[in-house]
Every structure is written in C-alpha cells, then in structure tokens.
Design a protein around this ligand. Sequence first.
Ligand SMILES: *Cc1c(COP(=O)(O)O)cnc(C)c1O
Length: 394
Amino acid sequence: MSKYQVDKKGYYGPFGGAYIPEMLYPNVEELQSKYLEIMQEETFQQEFHALLKDYVGRPSPLYHAKRLSERYGANIFLKREDLNHTGAHKINNTVGQILLAERLGKKRIIAETGAGQHGVATATVCALKGLECVVYMGEVDIKRQAPNVARMKMMGAEVVAATSGSKTLKDATNEALRDWINNPVDTHYIIGSVVGPHPYPDLVARFQSIISEETKKQLEEKTGSTTPDYVLACVGGGSNAAGMFYHFLDDEQVKLIAVEAAGHGVDSGETAATTALGKDGVLHGSRSILMQTDDGQVVEPYSISAGLDYPGIGPQHAWLFKSGRGQYVSITDDEAMQAGLLLTKLEGIIPAIESSHALAHLEKMNFKGGENVVICLSGRGDKDLDNYMKYFGF
Ligand SMILES: *Cc1c(COP(=O)(O)O)cnc(C)c1O
C-alpha cells in the first residue's frame, strides 16, 4: 500500500475522512462499502475501458512538443486530455461514475457545477445511459455560462438554479447535498473532482488514473523509460493532477508539481492559491487545506479560469503538499494567459486557461538540458475564447 493513497479509514495522513451530516450516512456508507468491489469486477472494467476507447477517444496522445521543448531546453510532452470527447479530463470520471451508479441500481443522477464543465460531462453520460439528470448551478453562474447551460439542456438534463448565498458553486453544492439527503435510495451524486467525503476522492482519482497509466506506456515507447523527471498539472479540486500523478506517486525520483491559480497575485485578496494561504479545516465533507478567515469562514476564491476557482484542494493533495512529496506552486492570471498564447503560437494548440497555468510554470523552472517533462493538458481552449479575446484584444 502506498503511503500516499487512502487508508482503510478514508484518510491520507491527517486529511480526508467523511465529515457529513448524519442524514447522509446511509448514502455514503453504501458507496464506501461497495465501490471497490464494483470497480474491480471484470465486466465493469471491460465496459469502462470500452467506453473510454470508443466514446471518449482514448488513449489520448502523449505529444512531444518540439518547439516548446526547444524554447525551454527540455523534452516536453503534453498529455492531450484536451482531445477527449467534451474537451477535458472530466469525462473520465463521469463515465466511471455512471457505470458505478448503474451497478448500485440508481435511476437518477445529480451533480453540482460551477462553470458548467462538470455539469456538461455529467449530462453527457446521462444521455448516453438514458438516466434522469439534475444539475444544480448557482443563479449567477447560470447567467455567466449560458452555452454550457444550453448544452446540458440539449442533453436532457434539468438545470436547477441555486438562489441562496453568493448564488455560485458552494450554494449549488449545498442544494445537491440536500437533494441527496431527500432521495437516498434511487439517486447517485456524481462529484466532479477529488473532493468530498470518503470514498469520493479515492474513486475519482482511480477513474482519472487512466491518465498516468497511459502516460507510462507512451513514455516508454518514446523515451525508453516509464518515468519522466517532472510531471506537472494544474489544480482546482485536483482531479486531473491526481490522475496525472497516480502511477508516479511511489516513483520518488519523479518530481510532482501541482500548479494552483494565484489570480491577481497570492497577496491580492483575489486568488485561489490554496496551499500558499490555506489552513487545515473541513470543506465539503473532508478534512483538507482551505482558504479561510481567522474565524474559519471560507474565503471566496478568484481565478480567471473558472475550473481553478475553488477555495480548497482534495485531501490527497493536502497530504502530498504536507508530506513534501509534491511541490505546490501558483501562477497568476497574467502568467497563465501568456503561456496559453505561447503554446498556441508554438504548437498550434489552444489550451484551456486552467491548463495554461501548468504550462506557465515552465518559465520558472531551470533545466540542465534533456530532462523529460510531462504536462497534463487538461482541456481545450474553445470554452475560453471569450476570455482570450477580451484579454488580448483579438
Ligand atoms: C475543471 C477543470 C480543471 C480543474 O479541475 P481539477 O479537478 O483540479 O482537475 C482543470 N482543467 C480543466 C480543463 C477543467 O475543465
């Protein structure tokens, strides 16, 4: 057992667990007691891998970015999650969880979404399986993210506005939890990142671990070794990073770099740099590190990239940070936007602004020459064109 993986009680070092209202115990305990057994069934694995291949379009390529490599003096490989169906890594998790829900006998799916990316990935697999889908979304986010709301509706999902509090992601999460408490028997709650009560962080990481599983094989073909010198990924809740790190956790010579969003700057008051500013606490059902005031109120996060705009990180990341296994850094809006434009100019790939954060960290690394570096290109930039246009004035 890896010391970086979840233990039998649902913890990563001091982080994790299931801090939930009593009303949710039956739902969460059902998942805890069944998820591993179901995921290890041969028929589950067959169906999961068949869908990843023919529906999602996996394996995603590991692309040696030659012009980017020349610029930085290292061999830079991009793990192309941007080429997945629906444009990002999130579909790996929702495909896995819809199969899990089916085998648990659930007929109805609920999810929360901020920018709408996880809502779309969930509505997609519900259409695929013909299951009822309800997505909770803050009223403010519904107005800001009209195209994603339209996508969800086209796929037959009901989008329910969360109208309390700041009318954004955390309010949508509260509404989804309330729904789950009221519908414990027929409903599965698909959480979109490696957050939430145990077993969610572990099960989402397992579904996303396909990213590093493929990377090892592809690296061996391209470099003769399964291990690179560095692996980089951006972190919102931390699911693409968890998947990118998964099969490298015990290869201690592989340096793991997680890139958070600094927004306008770590000390600007408008940031999502969780490890730089956060303290231990409980958020969305697990103990982790989160941005909070002295009296424990969660601080409203900010980043130009909606997917990184989260005040915490998953418990496994908190442990990788605390134990020193991972290096946690942050990148500002400006640095990310420049890195996104640079990749576009050098390689003809427009990255999601989330992924641009991971790319931007290359500027701060000093390579001796010839190191092998893998970056998780978590998503494509189509959804961010408005932002790129406004920022650069195209
Ligand atoms: C949602 C999203 C993220 C952030 O989520 P994680 O769970 O931290 O991976 C990163 N990149 C893209 C493209 C996203 O859509």
